[in-house]
Design a protein around this ligand. Structure first.
Ligand SMILES: [Fe+2]
Length: 196
């Protein structure tokens, strides 16, 4: 009986991921390169989310955030240049999974419930970005890179606003429509009671 020959193992290509990072400065640069990849992935994902949205207001929100995201890509280039590094992407697996979640919604959720699911998927992306920018801005501020800190702050504000806008759209109509709940029958939450 012929014995099965095992294939020779392919040599692992040396990549940036085999580099060891030992300083906060190096970590900041790596974080900026990762955010640069994340933002560029989102410039591809947001048009798909906008196309899948059934309501005008959600489509508008995704399109507006796409325009902001294009500016955010430029800000990261500027931040890397301020640190004397050529803008380069570090591939981030996590954002690809998150973007796939959004595409999945388009093909698997009916129009009645789709906008609620698209908002939930987009919130993963917003919170992922907020986490990344928060660390990067803290490191930049710690090392007194004022110009970089300012650029990251500008984007962080936009990311937080985008997340709030999505939450507001979900809370004020989209979730009720997905649940078949008339607005007047929607339960009033405690914070709203406090505002009354
Ligand atoms: Fe962004």
């Amino acid at each position: 009986m012929a014995t099965k020959k095992s294939k020779p193992k392919a040599k692992t290509k040396a990549s940036a991921s085999s580099k060891k990072y030992g300083t906060l400065h190096e970590l900041l640069i790596l974080k900026l390169q990762s955010l640069y990849d994340i933002e560029q992935e989102l410039t591809k994902a947001l048009p798909k989310l906008a196309k899948a949205a059934t309501s005008y207001e959600l489509r508008e929100a995704f399109e507006m955030h796409l325009r902001e995201t294009e500016v955010q890509v430029r800000r990261l280039e500027e931040a890397m240049q301020l640190l004397d590094v050529n803008p380069r992407k570090e591939k981030v697996a996590g954002i690809r999974g998150i973007a796939e979640d959004g595409s999945w919604v388009a093909g698997h959720v009916t129009p009645e419930a789709r906008d609620a699911a698209l908002i939930a998927a987009a919130q993963y992306a917003e919170h992922y970005e907020i986490a990344g920018y928060t660390s990067a801005r803290e490191w930049a501020a710690m090392m007194d890179h004022q110009g970089v800190t300012d650029l990251l702050d500008a984007t962080l504000i936009e990311e937080k606003n985008a997340s709030s806008k999505l939450a507001e759209l979900a809370h004020n109509g989209i979730n009720q429509r997905a649940g078949g709940i008339p607005m007047e029958d929607a339960p009033v939450e405690e914070e709203e009671i406090a505002l009354m």
